[in-house]
Ligand binder design. Structure first.
Ligand code: ZN
Length: 443
């Protein structure tokens, strides 16, 4: 289906008032003035964007989508207690169906909040998974099966199967990644095997899109000492330096968190063009600290943003994350000139897309994939409108999202997910929760 989104404020490389975007199949074919594009694309189905900002869909570069089922389940705990005492025991009670329902919930929440791409790490099985959920929900996603030292062999095998079955599916909307969990939970030889698998999968399926490596790094203050103790390895110089000695760094590596870095870590990240994904809300909530956004951006790294899983955030709201990042940067450095809104917006759109290996996503440009969000400006908190980027970062709300297009298809219309009976789906989510909680208690 071909679409003409017209009559809105189009946030492209320049801001076009009364602008339009023409979409043919899954790609943007033209961006310009409404009057001109209405003449050129007469047969295209019209999407009226009057009173709306027309922006690229937001890109969440680190989450564990299915963990919506644990939203509010493990509160006010330090990371290792949060994992060892609450999350990991509860995860052992999950069924593939729980994971699929949790991921479906995450996809709906994300789409309704204007997030069109997720980079998620969780457990895959053929009976039910995040990929099954995302295929149905119509969201763009890169998904990996997270594995640990104890599960590395099975993890690599599952990842290979996932790539064969899913990578590039639905017009390239779904992609697969390789996900060793973290240096404190996954040993040096496992990282090397993961990297080798990434190379192999890219040579087999890379023409359908990059297969990235996705892992957690430098989240806690103690990480280096925990890694050293767990695997008896040399972590001098920092955790990223340690990974570089293993030979697993590349430009197709997304590192979530990257809070506690040494100077040498940052230098090595730059050398390999590693992609840090910063998750400030989860980091603050778990008391992990605050990544130095300004230092990472200033080093020339492609910095992107994530929410982390809904068990530690507790939302998938990227508008919230987009706002907190410049606030933290300005506050911590005592400098309000840092990270202007136009730049902050790129972290959640274009740079996120680049981190996931896309060079044709995350902006409204001819030739780019058609992931487009219409954001209602006919709300008191949007007026008067002096500066669209200041609005997008500081005063817009995720609930302002009216219409969402992913890969050229309308998936949210008038604030509703198309084709979904949300009331009955949410009742199902509660039933899944009740059954899960009874199984955890019985375990
Ligand atoms: Zn995470």
């Amino acid at each position: 289906m071909n679409l003409l989104v017209h009559g809105g404020i189009v946030v492209s490389d320049k801001v076009i008032f009364d602008g339009a975007v023409a979409v043919e199949g899954n790609r943007i074919v033209a961006v310009g003035d409404s009057s001109e594009l209405r003449k050129r694309f007469q047969g295209f189905e019209r999407v009226n964007a009057k009173g709306c900002a027309v922006i690229p869909g937001l890109v969440n570069t680190h989450t564990h989508a299915a963990m919506t089922v644990f939203r509010g389940y493990a509160e006010d705990l330090p990371l290792f207690d949060w994992l060892n005492k609450r999350i990991w025991p509860a995860e052992s009670a999950l069924t593939p169906r729980d994971i699929e329902i949790g991921a479906q919930l995450a996809a709906y929440e994300s789409l309704l909040f204007g997030v069109t791409t997720l980079n998620s790490m969780y457990f895959y099985s053929d009976e039910g998974s995040e990929l099954h959920a995302f295929e149905k929900a119509g969201i763009r996603a890169t998904v990996g099966h997270g594995f640990f030292e104890k599960t590395v062999e099975a993890g690599l095998k599952i990842t290979e199967e996932m790539a064969r079955k899913w990578h590039g599916r639905d017009d390239g909307r779904l992609r697969v990644s390789v996900c060793p969990h973290a240096p404190y939970s996954t040993g040096p030889s496992s990282y090397k095997m993961a990297y080798e698998l990434q190379k192999k999968l890219n040579s087999l399926y890379g023409e359908k899109g990059k297969i990235i490596l996705h892992t957690h790094v430098a989240e806690s203050r103690e990480e280096a000492s925990v890694v050293k103790e767990a695997f008896k390895v040399d972590v001098s110089g920092g955790v990223v330096v340690y990974l570089s000695r293993l030979g697993v760094l590349s430009r197709d590596l997304v590192m979530a968190h990257t809070i506690h870095l040494t100077e040498e870590d940052v230098r090595v990240m730059k050398m390999f063009d590693v992609k840090p994904s910063l998750n400030p809300v989860s980091n603050l909530k778990l008391g992990m600290g605050v990544a130095d956004f300004i230092k990472l951006i200033g080093s020339g790294l492609t910095v992107s943003l994530g929410t982390d899983g809904p068990a530690s955030n507790n939302t998938l709201d990227m508008f919230e994350t987009m706002k907190i990042v410049p606030l933290l940067a300005k506050g911590l450095h005592g400098d309000p000139t840092l990270l202007p809104s136009r730049e902050a917006f790129k972290l959640a759109t274009e740079y996120g897309a680049r981190a996931l290996g896309y060079d044709d996503l995350g902006a409204i440009r001819p030739g780019y994939l058609a992931d487009i969000v219409l954001l209602d400006l006919n709300v008191p908190h949007a007026r008067p409108l002096h500066d669209i980027f200041a609005h997008l970062i500081y005063s817009a709300r995720a609930s302002d999202v009216k219409t969402v297009i992913v890969n050229g298809k309308i998936v949210v219309e008038d604030r509703k997910v198309v084709g979904v009976n949300m009331e009955s789906f949410l009742e199902e989510v509660e039933r899944v929760k009740d059954s899960l909680v009874s199984r955890i208690k019985g375990a």
